[in-house]
Design a protein around this ligand. Sequence first.
Ligand SMILES: [Zn+2]
Length: 55
Amino acid sequence: MPTYEFRCQNCGQVFEEHQRVEEHGRQVPACPQCKSSDKVEPQLSRFHAVTSRKA
Ligand SMILES: [Zn+2]
């Protein structure tokens, strides 16, 4: 199971979570620090992705 890195925009915490590939992108884990998943965004450290689709 791959490990993904996430960053919480709420408190700035960066953490890693094991996720299945099919889960990744559909759900985000809760931040271990502030327990919120609202502002958690995946960090694309393993992949070079084009994230230019910002509204
Ligand atoms: Zn947080």
